[in-house]
Structure formats: C-alpha cells, structure tokens
Design a protein around this ligand. Structure first.
Ligand SMILES: NC(=O)c1ccc[n+]([C@@H]2O[C@H](COP(=O)([O-])OP(=O)(O)OC[C@H]3O[C@@H](n4cnc5c(N)ncnc54)[C@H](OP(=O)(O)O)[C@@H]3O)[C@@H](O)[C@H]2O)c1
Length: 333
C-alpha cells in the first residue's frame, strides 16, 4: 500500500480508502449487507494496509457509522476516520434534497445542526474524534446558511479536538474557493473514475494548485469497472444502477461499449498480474491531483482485492493507453 498526505494536515492516509456506503445497506444498492461480514471486510482492509475509512451519517441512516464503530473498536489508532455532516433526515429545517431510505432528506450546514451532528457521529462511531470531517453537499441557501458560519463552526470543532481536519465534498471550483477563504479545508471528495472524469477536472486542478487532497469516490462505477457486470446483468427496478441520471454507464447501449473497452484491457491485467478492478484503481490514483480513491466493499474478498490496487504501479505508456481508450467513451453520455 502507498500512503499520501491529506493536504497540509500532517495526516497520512492509504491511497486506497474503504468507502462504506454499501455497508449502510439500502434497497437502491442491491442485496442487504451482512453486518458481520461488513466488520470482517473492514478488518481485512486494515490488515491489507488500508488506513482511510470513509463513512457518513446518511449511509443507512446511521447504520454504516455504527458498523464502522464496532469494526474499529480497539484499532482506532490504525484508522484515518472520515465522516460527514450536512444531510439531515430527522430535521426538516434545511433545504429539501430528496427522498432516501424512506425519509425526506434536507441539506443543513447551519452551526446548530453541525454541533448536533458531530455528537451523534462520535457516539455512533464510538470515538472521541474524527480525523477528517467533511461537509457532504455544499449549501444551496447562502442567505440562511452562509459558508462563513459553517466553516467557523468546523474550525471551532477542530480547536476543541473533536475533529482533526476539515473536508468538503461535491463542490464546484467556486464553492471550494469560498470554503477555503473561511476555513482550513484540506480535502475535497467528489465523483471521479476513468469513465466519469471530465466534470471534475477543473476542481482537481484547483485542489492540486492549492495542495488539497482529492478523494475520488465511486472509482469502480458501482461495480461496472470490476468486470463482474455483463451485458446481460439486470438490476432490481429501484436499484440505483438503473438510474441513468446518477449512473448513465449502466444503460444497455452505453454499457456494451464500455465492456468492449474493458475486454480489450485483458492484456494489461495479464501484464500486471492484476484484476480489472485493481488496474482501474491503479490508473485512478496515478492521475495528477487525484491523491486517494474511496472504494466500496461488501465482503472480505472485495476489501482485500481492492487494497492490492494500491500496490499496482502502471507504466506511463499503459496509463496513456487506458486514458485514450476511455476518452472515446466520454462522448457517449
Ligand atoms: N461524497 C459523496 O457524496 C459520495 C457519494 C458516493 C460515494 N461516496 C464514497 O465513495 C465510496 C465508494 O463509492 P461506491 O461505494 O458508491 O462505489 P464503488 O466503490 O465504485 O463501487 C462499490 C461496489 O463495487 C463492487 N465491488 C467493489 N469492489 C469489488 C471487487 N473487488 N470485485 C467485484 N466487485 C466489487 C461492490 O458491488 P456489489 O455491492 O454489487 O457487490 C461494491 O458495493 C462510498 O462507499 C462512499 O464512501 C461518497
């Protein structure tokens, strides 16, 4: 495993981080996970050198944080623990965002809400502090939720030792800069994969210039880039992978062309003696400015396999070839 700094925080974290959205379970996310297996998967990830674990209160309405808390008990010092704030299902005073887990969910980055959320997260994670505390989605209501107030609250939590560093997620360049003006933001988390990359390039460039860690989420496109999804694979009606707005790559005509490209990378997986997922993860963390990749795993096998993606080092020529192949697909969506 390789380790890189989280911005200028002084915290080093494994280039492959374990994402725990799937750990929270959801009807939109395939089979319900088995908590005991999720704990074994987290254990296996730590044994394989992963230190960065990313969760959020919204993942399973507290379930992901609770499972992570149980898994890291007695091993807290091995973990760079990242969680988030800003999405509430238990308070309707924010800005309506959508319907998740059978609840109405609201964006809320007001100080009183963050102060409430941090205590809830510390309790569920059974810890005294969070290493990276991230604002899950930026505010859309600058009048009642000014970024300056949000950042001032996070800075205070840092002074109090409840969090060690501050991150943002899903921000534009302009939003990132606004946050940076009023807080010590050291990381940004956003969707990025070899398929979904063009939207984030400007933000990555900004992060790189300002020495901010960029954590790529969904680097395996929810399993599509592991090779296990075939042209014929069908998902339950409410599975998120049928949602063309969130994940257009699963649509049959697009998926066909993605799989053609993945098939052609067989010679690369043979050359590097790795799986397709490991090849894709190795490509991801080699992109300039992309410092870490957050990968979900629902079992031990996936967690161990993904960790190895942090050890595969690709030659420049092969990175360029993968980039060029993927570029041909970008026009499809
Ligand atoms: N900040 C945000 O708004 C945001 C949004 C999304 C995600 N994230 C973070 O990013 C993390 C990663 O994203 P993600 O979990 O959505 O997507 P992902 O990492 O692209 O995909 C995870 C899924 O891929 C499959 N998979 C993973 N490793 C595999 C392997 N080695 N072999 C075969 N299949 C494998 C599993 O699918 P099956 O379940 O079908 O087995 C797993 O659930 C999340 O867990 C979360 O921490 C953040």
């Amino acid at each position: 495993m390789r380790y890189r700094p989280l911005g200028n925080s002084g915290i080093q974290a494994s280039v492959i981080g374990l994402g725990t959205w799937v750990t929270g379970g959801s009807p939109i996310w395939g089979e319900d996970p088995d908590d005991k297996e999720s704990i074994r998967a987290i254990d296996a990830a730590l044994d394989a050198g992963i230190t960065l674990i990313d969760t959020a209160p919204i993942y399973g309405i507290g379930r992901s944080e609770e499972v992570v808390g149980r898994a890291i008990k007695g091993k807290r010092d091995q973990v760079v623990l990242a969680t988030k704030c800003g999405l509430r299902w238990d308070d309707a005073s924010g800005t309506f965002m959508g319907h998740m887990y059978g609840k109405d969910v609201y964006r809320n980055t007001r100080p009183d809400s963050i102060k409430f959320e941090i205590e809830q997260s510390l309790q569920r994670l059974d810890t005294t502090h969070i290493d990276l505390y991230q604002v899950h989605w930026p505010t859309v209501d600058h009048m009642t939720m000014p970024v300056t107030d949000t950042m001032a609250t996070l800075m205070k939590l840092k002074d109090q030792g409840k969090i060690r560093s501050i991150g943002v997620s899903n921000v534009s360049v302009c939003e990132l800069d606004q946050n940076l003006k009023s807080g010590d933001v050291i990381a940004d988390q956003a969707r990025y994969s070899i398929l979904s990359q063009k939207q984030e390039q400007a933000v990555i460039n900004e992060c790189r210039e300002k020495h901010i860690a960029f954590l790529a989420y969904q680097p395996l496109e929810q399993g599509l880039l592991t090779g296990k999804i075939t042209r014929e694979t069908k998902f339950a009606d409410d599975d998120i992978r049928n949602n063309a707005d969130w994940n257009p790559w699963f649509q049959p005509s697009v998926r066909d062309q993605v799989i053609d490209v993945l098939d052609a990378w067989d010679e690369l997986t043979t050359k590097y003696d790795c799986t397709l997922a490991q090849l894709v993860l190795a490509w991801t963390v080699e992109q300039p400015g992309v410092t870490h990749a957050l990968v979900g795993a629902r079992n031990v096998q996936q967690a161990e396999a993904n960790a190895r993606g942090g050890e595969v080092i690709l030659g420049d020529h092969d990175i360029d070839r993968m980039t060029a192949d993927a570029k041909k697909l970008h026009a499809l969506v």
